[in-house]
Design a protein around this ligand. Structure first.
Ligand code: ADP
Ligand code: ZN
Length: 746
């Protein structure tokens, strides 16, 4: 027999190897194997097993790694699709479906020494006093880790060895699972009685799941995919939980994707609490980037062994080896973090829809602010729309006021950071003992250091952006490459040297600073990437906030989503326009989503919430529709704008970025590439835009130029594109990145 193997080194090719007699029966599609490659030994994955090969003199596979195949044939098929659609080498796609911690040959379960009481026949031998005390504990516990026993009894291993010599205990290596949530105590919960809107949504999801196991011809199945559009606090999560229960009842598993940022202990707990006991009891595996390699290994294998039937995780959890898969949930489906920004540049939501189709599983996309793409798919009948227009318990949507900051600045009342209205509202909350969240999407103290006399701005020497002033650390920092610089006392321009160089723009540190001056007695905490450095910081601060130990929480998008604190009755958005003026056709959509999400943090308890949106362009549609909580209104007008410019969802986009250290060379290569594309894809001639300098022209000392392709049929385009890219010759120091359906255009 012959095995076709995809090697871990990127060669865009698969190789045939013979299966030696001693390995026969151990190798199947998905097996991890070690094979000879030239003088080296290399790891790879078997992608096919065949009778014959077009090549002679095949080398034999050296060994099989692991008792169980790691990549199931279904996930392998998905990886193939990713390679083709996202225009990347199959090995790259394969790598992304297996976490590093699982892929490594030496990755394995952690073994620890356990002490176990052996059955005693007849009378217990006479023991020394110390030995007797230790034995009593072992006998009571029956089995425990050696380290724990030593700690408990304050004794040495020699004492335990003596008990072993006398045949009372055994000491042996056993697997000890690493559980990232071992410290949590979780109280079980039960299904909540759904309100009518929730019940309708759940019934439709369940009906679609049932239709998939009965012998209905595929073409007559109702759509695979649902879009659950429900305002924040409308009880989407409860629907997920009950739909998962339905999958478990049918003997199927489920994958729940949440944005990394929403993977708080709070979220994980809700899923564990429902399924940690009762007749549907199962393990809930958690996969995200903050796990140690060991934890990730163990979580992954719990899924592969079928012990964990529910997986909750960030982007890459979509590849979890759940079998059979009944349901995939993508919460906050509009989130840009579902897009991976390095090869393979896949979008986990789109992969979820594809996986659902391939494995006949139901996919539910949920959001309070669906992406234009998904909502448009509902209009076209590709997805089915489920709506939850009201908050549960008749809670009202928070009252939202837009504050015209031009007016504030003109009147000279208040600062450009705190309008008198917002200041007054915070004062009231402090008096009443209610909590406030202040949101600003920029960390640091000031966004730039600028000379008012000559206009000099301190820029990063490696990137084309200005340096941010960090006051606590007394430094200037680049938020792209991390470059640090001293804060100059005078304008660095030799001809100017103005000592009155000034800070412009506001970051979270400055908001905190001013807030402390305005409210010296308030308990204030900032939450952004500069403060949240340790693994546990996030959890700790949110815990303090929940227990009322913090009055005002200031933060970046870290606090925008998913948090549920009933005592928060006020949300202030300091500078709502900040994302509006970026060179990206999704700027309006992002602003609308962000404002809606942040506003949704207010009034999640019994008291009605209030939101202040401070803006310098208060009449922008994204801000006005967000104020009225009017998704449909926003959608209609934004769709019109996209249609006129032929942007997604009316077209699909491929972004081709060339980069290198020499600007002229990069530009020249981009022009050459464009000519190749025009020649080989004549039909696309009028849909190739650029080359143009990327919005972020220089990053980490690399110049970047872009070409943009627009098409109605992306699958066909990416197939052609892959061929052209493969035969394209670029100068040695210029590289090309292909991004299909890009999310970040900078
Ligand atoms: P969403 O996911 O849409 O933001 P959640 O599912 O978190 O909403 O629901 C918000 C709160 O309301 C949660 O505490 C949840 O337990 C509760 N809840 C959900 N559905 C109901 C219901 N039908 N009746 C009462 N409370 C509910
Ligand atoms: Zn930089």
């Amino acid at each position: 027999m012959i095995a076709r193997v995809s090697l871990e080194i990127a060669l865009r090719k698969e190789f045939d190897y013979s299966i030696p007699a001693e390995l026969a029966g151990q190798i199947e599609v998905g097996s991890r194997v070690q094979v000879p490659f030239g003088p080296r030994k290399i790891l790879g994955v078997v992608t096919a097993v065949t009778e014959e090969s077009g090549h002679a003199n095949l080398k034999p596979i050296l060994k099989v790694i692991g008792a169980q195949t790691l990549v199931t044939p279904k996930v392998l098929k998905l990886a193939r699709w990713i390679g083709e659609y996202y225009c990347c080498a199959p090995e790259t796609a394969l790598k992304s479906v297996l976490p590093e911690a699982v892929r490594k040959e030496d990755a394995s379960w952690r073994e620890r020494l356990f002490v176990r009481a052996l059955p005693v026949s007849g009378e217990l031998p006479k023991l020394a006093k110390r030995q007797q005390e230790v034995w009593n504990i072992i006998e009571e516990r029956r089995e425990l880790p050696l380290a724990e026993l030593l700690e408990l009894t304050k004794t040495t291993a020699a004492t335990i060895r003596k008990l072993e010599d006398r045949g009372l205990v055994s000491i042996a290596n056993e697997i000890s699972e690493r559980d990232p949530y071992a410290k949590e105590t979780i109280l079980p919960t039960q299904n909540i009685v759904l309100n009518p809107a929730q019940a309708v949504a759940l019934e439709k999801i369940k009906a679609a799941m049932d239709a998939r196991v009965s012998p209905t011809p595929r073409s007559q199945l109702p759509t695979a995919t649902f879009l659950l559009h429900g305002v924040t606090g409308s009880g989407k999560t409860e629907i997920y939980l009950q739909a998962i229960a339905h999958a478990l009842e049918k003997g199927q598993g489920a994958i729940v994707l949440v944005p990394e940022i929403a993977l708080t202990p709070q979220t994980v707990e809700r899923f564990k609490a429902r399924f940690s006991s009762g007749k549907l009891q199962t393990l809930v595996a958690v996969l995200h980037s903050h796990l140690s390699a060991g934890e990730r290994h163990d979580e992954w294998h719990k899924i592969r062994q079928g012990r964990a039937r529910i997986v909750i995780g960030a982007r890459s959890a979509i590849f979890a080896p759940v079998e059979p898969l009944g349901l995939v949930i993508v919460d906050e489906e509009h989130e840009s973090t579902y897009k991976q920004e390095e090869a393979p540049r896949y979008h986990a939501r789109d992969v979820a829809v594809m996986r659902g189709q391939m494995e006949n599983a139901v996919v539910v996309l949920g959001s309070a602010t669906p992406s234009l793409e998904s909502f448009y798919n509902c209009q076209k009948g590709k997805f089915a729309l489920l709506e939850l227009p009201e908050r549960v318990d008749d809670q009202k949507m928070p009252r939202t006021r837009v504050v015209d900051m031009r007016q504030t600045v003109r009147d000279g009342k208040g600062t450009p950071i705190f309008s008198p209205q917002l200041k007054e509202a915070i004062t009231q909350r402090l008096e009443k003992g209610e909590q406030t969240i202040l949101f600003l999407n920029r960390r640091g103290y000031s966004t730039s250091l600028m000379c008012p006399k000559c206009g000099y701005v301190c820029e990063c020497p490696n990137c084309s952006i200005s340096l941010t002033y960090h006051r606590v650390e007394q430094k200037l920092a680049c938020h792209i490459c991390g470059h640090n610089a001293r804060v100059p006392n005078v304008c660095p321009n030799e001809k100017c040297k103005n000592p009155a160089i000034r800070f412009a723009g506001t970051g979270t540190q400055k908001v905190e600073d001013i807030l402390r001056k305005l409210f010296p007695h308030a308990r204030i905490q900032r939450m952004d990437a500069d403060v949240m450095k340790k693994k546990d910081d996030y959890r700790r601060v949110l815990g303090e906030f929940r227990h009322g130990k913090i009055d005002i929480l200031i933060g970046t998008q870290m606090i925008a989503k998913g948090l549920h604190f009933p005592n928060v009755t006020l949300v202030g958005i300091i500078y709502a326009d900040s994302a509006l003026h970026q060179p990206d056709f999704r700027a309006g959509e992002r602003t609308f989503q962000l404002l809606t999400q942040v506003a949704g943090r207010a009034g999640r308890g019994d008291i009605e919430g209030e939101v202040f949106v401070q803006a310098f362009t208060p009449f922008h549609p994204a801000i006005q529709y967000a104020r009225r909580h009017d998704f449909n209104g926003f959608f209609e007008q934004e769709l019109e704008f996209r249609k006129q410019l032929n942007y997604p969802p009316f077209s699909r986009v491929a972004l081709l970025t060339l980069k290198g250290r020499n600007e002229e060379k990069v530009k020249f290569s981009a022009e050459h590439f464009k000519r190749e594309l025009e020649e080989k894809m004549p039909a696309l001639k009028n849909f190739i835009f650029g080359p143009a300098p990327a919005p972020l022209l220089r990053a980490e000392n690399f110049y970047r130029y872009q070409l943009m392709l627009r098409t109605a049929a992306m699958s066909a385009l990416s197939r052609e594109l892959a061929q052209i890219v493969q035969s394209l010759t670029l100068p040695d120091d210029v590289t090309l990145a292909v991004d299909i359906d890009p999310v970040n255009l900078s």
